[in-house]
Design a binder for this molecule. Sequence first.
Ligand code: FNR
Length: 378
Amino acid sequence: NEIYLHGLGGAYPPCSTDATKLEASAQQVLGAGPFSYVAGAAGSGATARANRAAFDRWRLVPRMLTGATERDLSTTLFGTRLPAPLLVAPVGVQSIVHAEAESASARAAASVGLPYILSTASSTSIEDVAAANGDGQRWFQLYWPSDSDVCASILARAKSAGFSTLVVTLDTWTLAWRPSDLDQGYLPFLHGEGMAIPFSDPVFRGMLEKTPEEDMPAAVLRWIGMVTGTDRTWDRLPFLREHWDGPIVLKGIQHVDDARRAVEAGMDGIVVSNHGGRQVDGAIAALDALPGIVAAVGDRIEVLFDSGVRTGADFAKALALGAKAVLLGRPWVYGLAHAGEAGVRHVLRSLLAELDLTMALSGHHVLADLGPDSLAHT
Ligand code: FNR
């Protein structure tokens, strides 16, 4: 209502409310390198396109005369009430998009009451993001360093800065083949963007011969060497459990057997995700992976979802297919590019408002009303 009343009153939003236009105008606001980094996908872009196409194959089947004039979008995740099942996905190197970077997006998330997931590849330190997020809910996303002491130090810092839930990203043990970045000659990490967390970490700094300020390339390479590699396997998850006393969520699950292993490993949640099509070109659309995973483990672990959500209808479809909550990526990054905190807030609030209207018009009062019966496969 508030968004509509503002519009009818002649107030323009800080950026487009339409996801396609938002991306197109972000291209005008951002330089070619940052835009291609954010918008880009792995390889031919097949998985990024598949993520979107999968939503189109499902249609909502509206119900009438249900009296759904009052809706309740609230839900509970890991014992904490959320106003709506939406989280701000972890996105690294936000300084390439806006000068206020993660501080702006963390403030926006807090102002809407949604959990903010801070990326390990943040361009702002853990402690500064926590200060910006204030009494908001915050989760920490881990790019898992091979060095145990560095890993333990980062986790301890996140815990003491009030991050409640750990999200361990499993799909990024090396940078993916991203032709648009290569064509632009643009790899932000190699210039030290996204290194604020290791660069501010006393244990990591103690391992370097020269400080990052004295020899940035060496520090960057040391960190990249630590977060890439193949030695972090299922049997090492107990290490994370020992060093994190809150819920742990595995991000990047696409195979039913991996979802089962997450349950067996005692994890609290998973994010069904293909990283927005940015890692394995040709991978299954995340939405296509969701129903089988929900059927296999949905009653034993919290199943979250991301990759390709752009509208309230997409959001409703993911929930109807069994996602407990949804993470949003690129759209709010474009909001950040346009208008900092206000842009992120507009994108988040618009998606929530559109979900709310979609539920109202399709006869759903509460999230539990959304289920397989709400959809037809076309
Ligand atoms: C990401 N994503 C990501 N994920 C993660 O676990 N750690 C990270 O640092 C990043 N960084 C990142 C940067 C940029 C520019 C993008 C677009 C994405 C992936 C992100 O969390 C999420 O999985 C996808 O963005 C979801 O897909 P959509 O909503 O962008 O389609």
